[in-house]
Design a binder for this molecule. Structure first.
Ligand code: TRP
Ligand code: ZN
Length: 894
């Protein structure tokens, strides 16, 4: 048997054989599907006599021919993972393979499977090998033609990549369609769909006048919920033309919504999405859903250039397409909505998902050095930290320099599979820039700690910032090198305004910003060394520094800024992100000190200045309402725990709850006013102004109901009853559901009765109950697993209920280990059905070393129990074995 095998970047070799053309014939049938594949194979070097190794999983080989002749038994080798042609011809030849597959038995959501009544595929990363034997690697790129055959009544719509070139009827009520994709592509971008679907259609005219037919395919009853997805796609197409000069390259763009799939997938001209990332109506989707749909539609569309036209050489380069495309979707969302608020959302997500990963046993660099299952590396590190790396080029080069770099990247690499170095080289070469130690961002894991000390010279009118960077050790990387960190800095004068910056010196050079007559308010410092000093001249008074503006690098900033200075920044900073971050830092400091008090059984007291700081934000009519909602929201419990030497979920939860309640009671009048002033009976629109209004109202309502005051519950109940859209209805439900009460029970059941026919809404209802911090809620979660609305075969439901439960600190980390044991049980059950999903669930246990000895022992016992099981998937094996082996290496508090 071929056991779990680690694959290393350092072992990369070019393929011995290229595939030129691929002709697929897929005959879909319920019991078995046959796949005929005809491939034109070219040896990379003519005359080479090396075996051709094809990947294949769960396939039944029926026949194999070379140049039309059946291959003799002794000329090939078949193992559970591979088909090897031992001595193929030494120059171009055609290879014909016939295989059988059983899509109805496939519960893994990769390869060819059935989602509800639709046949669909998911090939990224390595799913194509479950459809037919192939060199399943992204540096093998071919032109695909696909003929699909199926029953006409059950599967009237047959789709694949590219253009429809032929279709017609066959005997026995069957029909066929032939699709041809003119662009070479890796097989991970192959897709096929067959089902009873209807399309919502429109036409987009590109800047050069190409008429693109757009179709969004859904079951008939959902066609009424595609308007926002359609709007989002057209907006994305236009944005990419305007911002990057990138145009769509075919006459057809299909998007299919299916209930079962992991996220969304950028298959060439045939995107396949989970329904929850397409379908929206004001009654059933929240503002957050609308935002997510915009982002995801944009993300998959942007992949057409960053991922498809220019693809990855190998899977280690995953961030080349994902980091870049994630950056592009962030910028798109930002341009379509509010940029400050979007940046806050990006960084909140990075801190919540990526920073903990970078500090734990699964820490890996943005470009991993090795993996067992690449599926496990579709992580916050590859996507979000990867996007931060791309953003740093943008910060260092400016918008126009970044655009030049992008242009050169496409000019050089269109049609190729490339590496992160190629992207770096295009950025540098297009700008004549040399970023000496920047590439280390791709290879060094761990979040850098950037310490800053400041001093002002009253006589010389100079202001000095001294930086020290340290990157914590992570598994396999005990020692790190310093790397280039762009630090955007502004200096505030006592009037609260930015002091104009003209020049700054470090030891070697003088950097000049603007000029004497055209000074700048923000300077981007290039911090490159372990220790480095920057001296600003012409600073007339001792300033308050605004550091790392707009979060210019993904680091932990540790500065000597006092709380008083933070309050000053909170009130005055021209950088919206840093205003918000000042509030977050103040809240973190406060909560951490109260946690210390709580652990010592001392009284909990909230600083009045903190309350009044938030109060002035809440009452400031000039601020964006969504910004206010973000600024008055406390950092999450998990973020606080990560700052402790030994994470104490009970103390953190108690303090967090206390501070929330305290704010609610101190600012009750202001919160009530915010709820009242932000009501509206206008029809729902997913535009920033309205979303911001709802965000402020809903945040305020949640504070008020935390008071457990019957009047406030009544207020929320009225909101629930009168809500005309899901955003407000669900927010009111969540507000009421914070505390146990009869009303809670009634409203939850009322909501279920209203929405039980709508899976997407019911998933919200499941998640809300799952992450509830009501003591002992695990019992309710276990009951919900038996509820008619739950189905362990449905990945969305598992994500909602099980994923929701893992995100509830107090109950998941219950002292008695009940949460850990529950997850252990579920993971073992899920691993048989869907290994990718099982491994994402088991990740919740990976940071067990962060806790006290009692919890450590209980969590470790579950990991050991899982790894002792026979027949474990490689996906789960990788996470569990690394969680056990690397636990002491990476895992530290921040
Ligand atoms: N490339 C997809 C994206 O745009 C990621 C993805 C979607 C994926 N579904 C998947 C990766 C299934 C692996 C397996 O982000
Ligand atoms: Zn992507």
């Amino acid at each position: 048997m071929e056991g779990p095998k680690e694959i290393f970047l350092a072992d990369y070799k070019m393929p011995y054989y290229f595939f030129d053309m691929v002709d697929l014939k897929v005959a879909l049938r319920e019991d078995k599907t046959t796949v005929l594949s005809r491939i034109v194979v070219c040896p990379r070097v003519d005359g080479m006599q090396l075996p051709l190794v094809l990947d294949g999983h769960d396939l039944k080989l029926i026949s194999i021919k070379v140049n039309g002749k059946e291959v003799e038994k002794e000329c090939f080798q078949l193992t559970p993972q591979h088909l090897t042609l031992l001595s193929p011809p030494s120059s171009s030849f055609t290879l014909e393979l016939e295989t059988e597959i059983y899509p109805l038995k496939n519960t893994t959501l990769e390869g060819l499977y059935k989602s509800s009544s639709t046949f669909c595929t998911q090939c990224e990363a390595e799913g194509f090998r479950k459809i037919t034997f192939y060199q399943d690697r992204p540096d093998v790129m071919a032109k695909f033609t696909t003929r699909i055959e199926a029953d006409k009544e059950l599967y009237p719509v047959l789709l694949s990549n590219g253009n429809l070139i032929d279709q017609g009827d066959l005997e026995d009520g069957r029909h066929y369609a032939v699709w041809e994709d003119p662009f070479k592509k890796p097989c991970y971008l192959f897709a096929l769909v067959a089902g009873q679907l209807v399309s919502t259609d429109t036409i987009f005219t590109t800047q050069s006048g190409r008429q693109v037919s757009i179709h969004i395919w859904t079951p008939a009853q959902d066609a009424c919920k595609t308007a926002h997805a359609m709007y989002s796609l057209k907006a994305a197409m236009k944005w990419d033309e305007e911002v990057f000069g990138l145009e769509y390259d075919l006459d057809l763009y299909n998007i299919v919504a299916v209930p079962d799939s992991r996220g969304a997938m950028e298959n060439k001209s045939l995107n396949i999405f989970n329904s929850n990332l397409i379908l929206a109506s004001p009654e059933t989707a929240t503002d957050a859903d609308y935002d997510l749909i915009l982002r995801c539609i944009g993300h998959e569309y942007f992949h057409n250039w960053t991922g498809n036209r220019v693809t990855c050489r190998d899977w280690f380069q995953l961030s080349l397409k994902e980091g870049l495309t994630c950056f592009r979707d962030q910028e798109f969302s930002s341009d379509m909505g509010n940029c400050g608020v979007n940046r806050i959302a990006n960084v909140t997500s990075l801190r919540k998902h990526q920073f903990p990963q970078d500090a734990g046993p699964m820490a890996h660099s943005v470009r991993p050095h090795s993996y067992i299952k690449i599926d496990n590396f579709y992580t916050a590190t590859v996507y979000e930290k990867g996007a931060e790396i791309v953003r740093m080029y943008d910060t260092l080069l400016g918008k126009s320099g970044f655009r030049k770099g992008m242009d050169l990247y496409f000019q050089r690499h269109d049609g190729q599979g490339v590496t992160c170095e190629d992207f770096f080289a295009a950025m540098c070469d297009a700008n004549g820039a040399k970023f000496s130690n920047f590439l280390l961002w791709y290879s060094q894991a761990g979040t850098p700690v950037l310490k800053v000390a400041s001093s002002y010279d009253f006589e010389a009118h100079t202001y000095t910032l001294k930086f020290m960077q340290q990157i914590p050790p992570t598994s396999g990387q005990p020692v790190k090198e310093p790397m280039l960190i762009p630090v955007a800095v502004g200096l505030l004068g006592s009037n609260g305004k930015d002091i104009p910056l003209t020049s700054v010196y470090n030891k070697e050079s003088m950097l000049t910003f603007g000029s004497k007559d055209r000074p700048v308010s923000t300077a981007v410092l290039h911090v490159e060394k372990e220790e480095e000093e920057f001296i600003f001249s012409n600073v007339p008074e001792k300033p308050v520094p605004s550091l790392l503006r707009n979060f210019s690098a993904p680091v932990h900033l540790v500065s000597d800024i006092s709380d008083d200075e933070l309050f000053f920044l909170l009130a005055n900073d021209s950088d919206e992100f840093n205003r918000w971050d000042a509030a977050q830092t103040l809240a973190r400091n406060l909560i951490l000190s109260l946690v210390d008090h709580a652990q010592k059984n001392q009284a909990l007291i909230v600083d009045t200045e903190f309350v009044s700081g938030l109060k002035s934000l809440l009452c400031d009519p000039n601020l964006d309402k969504e910004f206010i909602a973000n600024a008055i929201t406390l950092p999450e419990e998990g973020e606080i725990m990560d700052l402790m030497d030994v994470a104490d979920p009970d103390a953190v939860h108690r303090v967090h709850y206390f501070v929330r309640k305290h704010l609610a009671s101190e600012l009750r009048t202001e919160f009530l006013r915010a709820v009242e002033n932000n009501q509206s009976s206008d029809p729902y629109e997913p535009i920033h102004e309205d979303m911001a209004r709802r965000a402020l109202k809903n945040t305020s309502l949640a504070y008020l109901t935390s008071l457990e005051d019957p009047d406030m519950t009544e207020l929320a109940l009225n909101e629930y009853k009168s809500a005309a859209n899901m955003t407000e209805q669900f927010a009111a439900l969540a507000a009421i559901a914070q505390n146990p009460s009869d009303i809670r029970t009634e409203v939850l059941s009322d909501f279920y009765q209203k929405w039980k026919a709508n899976d997407l809404v019911i998933n919200k209802w499941l998640a809300l109950q799952a992450y509830s911090d009501i003591p002992g809620n695990i019992k309710n979660v276990q009951l919900l697993m038996q509820h008619p609305s739950f189905d362990i075969h449905d990945a969305n439901k598992v994500g909602a209920l099980i994923g929701g439960f893992c995100s509830c600190l107090v109950n998941f980390h219950a002292k008695d280990g009940s949460g850990y044991e529950f997850i252990g049980d579920v993971v073992l059950q899920l691993d048989k059905l869907n290994p990718q999903l099982a491994s994402s669930m088991v990740s919740a246990l990976s940071r067990w070393k962060r806790f006290d000895m009692g919890r450590q022992a209980l969590a470790k016992a579950q990991l050991e129990r899982i790894i002792a099981c026979n027949g474990l998937s490689e996906n789960v094996y990788e996470i569990v074995s690394k969680s056990l082996a690397n636990s002491s290496m990476g895992d530290s508090s921040i």
